[in-house]
Design a protein. Structure first.
Length: 623
């Protein structure tokens, strides 16, 4: 038996993963345990969980794999600051203490983080994009595939193109810093007033409200795109290479205004900027994908890196790209690098054979986090004096949940092992009836504590997905990484006057709440939906629930959003789920087979809940 612990740390979304003889045993982000969103600290608690799940001690590890090469990254940092000196001195002065403390002494930091200075397991340092590539290819259901990794920056690479065959990965081409599709998208994220490394999905959700009127300007003034999708970026417009901001004065002058302040009014200008950079991103990704197809001659494509979380672009690649099949790592960002590093050691460095299941990937639905025993959950509820109903029969439990959903109740769902990656996939989810015209607003205002312009995502039975969305009957999207249009037959069409009134409304929240389909809660303004298909093998509980809901309503779809409030990581433990439930206006909570209803909490429980509410919510970024 060979046990390999993979680690990513010190930048954002730290994580740990453990692989034994090639099998993924466990993986989790550190934020889920520390309750600090995007926690970049050493993943001590995630590592402890992985070892516990594997039933191993630190002394039984054969290797520890780190997801990048810190010395090479430091070399890039120094060269960049020297190239831009003296402009980058202030930024360099802020970065240097962090490097001297942990990042430059990663071997020591790993042993210290694991609380074992004498740890004997060899430490292996992988190239950042090798880790991304490994996480995509080795987890995929393909024996051979083209590999495309796209992110902000690793050591030097920002994009790599390669091939995976059997148990080997070869990266053939790369694009290097500062020319980066991830950093280009993050620059516009910053310019439109969202946080870099966490607000990019908001920019993607904003794009359908706008028109890409600045796309040609971006292509003509900011960059030079080659036929193969590689590009050069004019750094005089940007400030990320050595400064403290993403964009510079020349950028602001080009587009005629300063960056939007966070939480200020979003104007049509920002919608159009979002639409423009989204269009440019899709153009570049499609060019790179076609180039990958021509260069590799492969029929399958795998994707990883933070840019691979752009599910709108992914949907276009699936629908119009040249590859027969694509597979995207569900933890495509830095967290997934922990898994890829461990896999790379097993397959590439140790040269172990790879057994591929062509029918399904090896990610196990990405349900790789902690699970909690039903008896422990029941005991916790009794200790807290929380009244609950417990169901031993799954059909009765499904019937109870469906009854709640049909009455437009919002239900927290806590089932099985926690998801690995940024998406809630049904294990730590909040669900609702997609047919409700009020569901989108209610979830945002009463649960998520945000006044959002973004719709929620649908979960749909895989066998019925093609009847509602524009995907082939043999296609799937198990990890919520594909956006697909709602089919014409389910759409509600508006007259010209109504359409003009809607597009002229400056309040995006009113625009998103206009009914556009028979499933309005999950339909965006452009009739698109961020799709997750549910199958019986990966997620039997949610598939059974969808089947029961479909039998009652004729709709095999539910609303799905992550189980958290704004600024909080997705819940991990049942205690966190209970606190989130009590501290919001969620109507019911399903903890495994226990159902708690808000309207059945006694006065003492409600009083205690309200007393704890402000303290709980004060931990998170609700501003």
């Amino acid at each position: 038996m060979t046990a390999i612990l993979g680690i990513s740390a010190f930048y954002h979304d730290s994580a740990a993963a453990i692989v034994i003889d090639g099998r993924i045993i466990a993986a989790a982000q550190e934020e889920r345990f520390t309750r600090k969103k995007h926690d970049s600290a050493f993943p001590a608690m995630a590592s402890e969980y992985c070892l516990k799940e594997a039933g191993l001690s630190l002394d039984e590890l054969d290797y520890i794999a780190f997801y990048d090469k810190p010395l090479v990254k430091f070399e890039r940092l120094l060269e960049s600051y020297l190239a831009y000196a003296p402009a980058g001195f202030k930024s360099f002065g802020m970065a240097l203490p962090l490097w001297l403390k942990d990042k430059l002494h990663t071997r020591k930091a790993i042993r210290s983080g694991l609380d074992r200075p004498d740890l004997k397991a060899p430490l292996v340092f992988l190239d950042h994009h090798e880790s991304h590539a490994a996480s995509a290819f080795y987890s995929s259901p393909f024996e051979e595939a083209a590999i495309l990794t796209l992110d902000g920056v690793g050591e030097w690479s920002t994009t790599t193109l390669g091939v995976g065959k059997a148990n080997k990965i070869t990266l053939k081409q790369q694009l290097q810093f500062p020319h980066s599709l991830g950093l280009l998208y993050s620059a516009f994220t910053y310019y439109c007033g969202f946080r870099v490394n966490s607000g990019e999905y908001k920019l993607m959700g904003l794009a359908p409200y706008g028109v890409p009127e600045y796309a040609e300007m971006i292509i003509e003034r900011l960059m030079d795109i080659k036929p193969d999708g590689s590009f050069w970026m004019d750094q005089s417009y940007f400030n990320y290479a050595a400064g403290l901001t993403m964009t510079g004065p020349k950028f602001h002058s080009l587009f005629g205004r300063e960056p939007r302040k966070a939480e200020s009014q979003i104007e049509q200008f920002h919608c159009n900027m979002a639409a423009s950079i989204q269009a440019v991103t899709e153009k570049i990704m499609l060019m790179q994908v076609h180039h990958a197809y021509e260069v590799t001659g492969q029929r399958n494509l795998v994707l990883a890196g933070g840019v691979a979380l752009n599910c709108v672009a992914n949907g276009k690649i699936m629908r119009v790209g040249p590859f027969e099949s694509i597979w995207i790592q569900p933890a495509a960002g830095d967290a997934g690098g922990a898994l890829g590093a461990a896999q790379f050691v097993w397959y590439q460095l140790l040269d172990r054979p790879r057994n591929v299941n062509r029918a399904q990937d090896s990610q196990q639905g990405s349900f790789l986090g902690p699970r909690f025993e039903q008896d422990d959950i029941s005991a916790m509820l009794r200790r807290e004096n929380i009244p609950f109903e417990q169901y031993q029969n799954s059909d009765e439990l499904y019937a109870q949940i469906c009854e709640l959903l049909e009455k437009e109740n919002i239900v927290g769902l806590f089932q099985g092992r926690m998801e690995f990656g940024p998406r809630a996939l049904g294990a730590r989810s909040i669900i609702g009836d997609p047919r409700s015209s009020k569901m989108q607003a209610n979830m945002n205002l009463k649960i998520k504590f945000r006044e959002s312009f973004r719709p929620f995502a649908p979960i749909v039975m895989r066998e019925h997905a093609h009847e509602w969305f524009d995907i082939r009957s043999d296609q799937e999207s198990p990890y919520m990484l594909i956006v697909a249009p709602v089919l014409e037959k389910h759409r509600v069409h508006m007259g010209n006057n109504e359409m003009k009134s809607m597009t002229d409304d400056p309040d995006l929240r009113r625009r998103v709440n206009i009914v556009r389909s028979s499933i309005p809660a999950v339909t965006h303004v452009d009739y698109s939906a961020r799709l997750q298909t549910i199958d019986r093998d990966r997620n039997p509980f949610v598939h059974g629930l969808l089947s029961a809901f479909n039998e009652r309503t004729g709709c095999p779809i539910l609303v799905n959003t992550s189980f958290n409030v704004r600024g909080e990581p997705i819940v991990c433990r049942p205690e966190e789920a209970l606190r989130c439930f009590i501290s919001t206006e969620m109507d019911a909570l399903v903890l495994e087979n226990c159902v708690i209803r808000k309207d059945r909490l006694g006065p003492d429980a409600l009083e205690a809940a309200m007393a704890a509410r402000e303290k709980y919510l004060s931990q998170f970024d609700l501003d």
